[in-house]
Design a binder for this molecule. Structure first.
Ligand code: AMP
Length: 547
């Protein structure tokens, strides 16, 4: 082979913040703070403070390359600085999901051997309770100023602003191998212990290119981005890195995820691109429904992922608010972007209904993600849009194995990772999730997709949220049971919902019953917690029959 004569510059995260500060230095980063007021500064300010923090980490806290530094924090400017300072100096930024059970948080802090924890005011009480069981932690940096420092029992509690105050920011980011670990994020672990996904500088930069590409999320310097998806959930889908790569203005929503607060920032800051899980958009839609004079004038694109985007939600954004929906799929193990639901040129002249039928699918692979579906024996299945199988992925921002070897070898012999999702692929490359492999309902040997049933149920105007689980059945092994949260004030009954489903799904897919509940349980990343529902309702049909 003849080697190319091209400069071998490492793809490092520090180059992202450097680019943003050098070429978009006056572009704003706006944050709703935990202390209350809206905070504004620029990429140039952010880089200076990230460098000051890097100096403090090295000089005052004795942090060394490779050390893990944990964060328990909302989306905000200090969290952004920590990301760049920690990875930039060669340590590993470990974002911790504060919505996990406290025992799980303790488990992952100990497993990661975090040396310091950076913590927002909100989570100080949580850490006070956990501190005695956190063996590796030398100190806690409270992400606030002296005026807001809380009384705390945490030993070695350090004020963030005081920590960086006397550093001058005269610091040069070190250069090292681009495969160096940059950040760490644990999966939510609904079964078993959470497992750590260890990202590299190279994977993060390549993933950022993908987020900025037109067929990725199309993020650019003309955009104002609001990542509502938390920075502790798969790196806010990589958007805070991608924003620096292209110099987009960022709006960080802090702790306030309710419809009114999100709307306020979308409106006053002129957000053009935003991203979150469907439950967040459900809250926004409820707020908009209560205030029907409100519009989303600036908002051009909304990314919906993490769970299936219901058709009714896609239609509402597109028709009522003239906002394009990008339905996206991915996972923590994939940095997280895998597919995006952008339309192709051939779809341009389709009717609205036909376009929506493409958009409800989870989208097609972005460059960098290879996909295949396989049967239980690992044989590849046809890409006909009908056959479903285990969804396998391979690519330069997909995990090669969990931190410290947990879970053993996770790749097949060709290097593909099993996503745990069951999906179809169509000839145009669009993927549609049928189910999580463990949620699929096996009725008399045939598979029923719980996601399809949920989508059909939420299409009913009086259904706010729906969950379908497989429950034990004496004849068919498992049958679907539908759990529904009604919209405010609705008294819709089971028969009306089943009637609605009859025209939308095969007869043998019809749920055996509908149970109305006030709310549904969610995981720490906003997904339906079906293990809990199965525990609670698993014997529902058996008991009904016995009764
Ligand atoms: P997490 O690592 O917490 O982001 O979870 C990843 C999992 O979320 C995937 O394996 C899917 O099961 C699910 N998921 C993500 N995006 C979607 C989507 N658009 N539709 C359906 N499920 C999704």
């Amino acid at each position: 082979m003849l080697k190319g004569l091209i400069q071998e510059r490492p793809l490092l995260i520090s180059s992202l913040i450097d680019f943003a500060a050098d070429y978009h230095g006056d572009t704003e980063i706006v944050s709703r703070t935990i202390e209350g007021p809206i905070h504004r500064y620029t990429y140039a300010d952010a880089r200076l403070r990230a460098k000051k923090l890097a100096q403090a980490l090295i000089g005052k806290l004795g942090v060394e390359p490779g050390d893990r530094i944990g964060t328990l924090a909302w989306n905000g400017y200090r969290h952004f600085e920590i990301w760049y300072a920690v990875s930039g100096m060669g340590a590993v930024c470990h974002t911790i999901n504060p919505r996990l059970f406290p025992e799980q948080i303790a488990y992952i802090v100990n497993h990661a051997e975090d040396k310091y924890l950076f913590v927002d005011l909100t989570f100080v009480p949580l850490l006070e309770a956990l501190a005695p069981s956190l063996s590796s932690v030398r100190g806690y940096v409270i992400m606030t100023d002296e005026a807001h420092m809380p009384e705390t029992t945490l030993a070695n509690a350090i004020c963030y602003e005081t920590l960086i105050a006397d550093c001058d920011g005269d610091y040069v980011w070190p250069e090292f191998d681009e495969m160096t670990a940059s950040s760490l994020c644990y999966t939510s672990g609904t079964t078993g212990n959470p497992k750590g996904v260890l990202y590299a500088h190279r994977s993060t930069v390549l993933h950022s290119f993908c987020v900025c590409s037109v067929d990725g999320l199309g993020l650019g310097s003309h955009d104002t981005l609001m990542p509502v998806v938390p920075m502790f959930h798969a790196n806010a889908w990589g958007t805070p890195y991608a924003a620096a790569m292209c110099g987009a203005k960022i709006v960080f929503p802090g702790a306030a995820m309710d419809g009114a607060s999100i709307y306020e920032l979308l409106d006053t800051e002129g957000v053009t691109l935003t991203a979150a899980v469907p439950t967040v958009w459900l809250m926004l839609m409820q707020h908009l429904a209560r205030n029907d004079q409100l519009t989303l004038d600036a908002l051009e694109k909304v990314v919906i992922g993490g769970s299936a985007a219901p058709q009714s939600m896609i239609e509402l954004f597109e028709t009522r608010y003239d906002t394009r929906v990008i339905h996206a799929w991915g996972m923590t193990e994939m940095s997280p972007l895998g597919t995006t639901g952008n339309l192709k040129a051939k779809h341009k002249d389709l009717s609205f209904e036909e376009k929506i039928a493409v958009q409800v699918k989870q989208g097609r692979a972005v460059y960098g993600v290879e996909m295949k579906i396989t049967d239980d024996e690992g044989n590849e299945l046809p890409r006909d849009g009908k056959t479903f199988g285990h969804l396998m992925v391979r690519g330069p921002w997909i995990t090669s194995g969990y931190f410290k070897g947990d879970g053993g070898n996770v790749l097949d012999e060709d290097g593909f990772f099993d996503t745990g999702d069951v999906a179809t692929l169509d000839p145009d490359g669009y993927m549609q999730i049928t189910d999580r492999a463990k949620d699929v309902i096996k009725s008399g040997g045939e598979w029923i997709s719980s996601i399809d049933l949920e989508n059909a149920a939420v299409d009913h105007p009086e259904v706010a949220e729906a969950a379908v689980i497989g429950v034990k059945h004496p004849k068919w092994d498992e049958r679907p049971l539908l759990l529904v949260v009604r919209t405010e004030g609705s008294t819709v009954d089971a028969e009306a919902i089943l009637d609605h489903l009859r025209s939308r799904v095969a007869k043998w897919w019809l749920p055996d019953d509908v149970v109305f509940v006030d709310e549904l349980p969610h995981t720490a990343t906003g997904k339906l917690l079906k293990t809990k529902l199965r525990d609670e309702y698993g014997d529902y049909l058996m008991q009904r029959q016995a009764g």
